[in-house]
Design a protein around this ligand. Sequence first.
Ligand code: SF4
Ligand SMILES: [Zn+2]
Length: 289
Amino acid sequence: MSERVRPYLFYDVALTICSKCFRKLEGKIVFQDHKVYLMKRCPEHGAERVLIADDVDYYRRCREVFIKKPEMPMVYNTPVKWGCPYDCGLCTDHEQHSCLSLVELTDSCNLRCPVCYAGSGPERTEHRSLALIEKMLDAVVRNEGHPDVVQLSGGEPTLHPDFFAIVKMAKARPIRHLMVNTNGLKIAQDEEFVKRLAEIEDFEVYLQFDSFEREALLDLRGGDLRGIRERAIERLNQYNISTTLVASRCSRFRMRDVSRSLVRPPIALLLRKSAAKFSSRPTSFVQRT
Ligand code: SF4
Ligand SMILES: [Zn+2]
């Protein structure tokens, strides 16, 4: 027997897709250097290796210990025809209800982030009509009964000219928790807008908040948004608006720098400085690889 071994532990196989052509592939889940990777190979686009967790023990507990029966939605919207993920909508094979539903109000955005998975930007000007958004909200309610969390999203949802009418439409439905996903520009620049946000009951801002480091912001967001971030936080504090800070991390864009900047003094200092009125809830981390 050869004494050669691979540099990782093989753990499982998984269904996955090619990030270029979305072809369905079989992948391998492996452990290496205390991290969990998904390895896949597309016949056309070659091999990919994606970091999917940075804590093997926690990952294994999620897979082996924290398991429960799949929770089903009240209604499925699409039949099984091509198999996962091509039937998504949700199809009847889906193993989880929608614990968090995103309703995309617009394709437009006042940023053009290199990492944007929606391909949004200022050149995209299409906003969803109120009639369509109403249908989307109704579909979420039909599927879930009492949806746990709905996020108004985009693009940049605060750019929708009928943003507050949409909030009112959502509030008229049995949604337990309503949030808006925002890059914070409008909050930083438009105090009247923030005043109106503050008037909405049981509402939360899910605020893009990656870093206070110029380089990391240029990589992730295509601009130096340090001032915008600070002003947005100040405004949200001033009007006592419940907020979750959301950090995107991307391996292609200085993941180490971005994550490190979150625990470095500038943010701690800022949070401390505003502590008297700081209303933000615990930070959420969104990792894209
Ligand atoms: S702020 Fe959000 S929607 Fe706008 S370009 Fe960046 S990632 Fe995309
Ligand atoms: Zn491919």
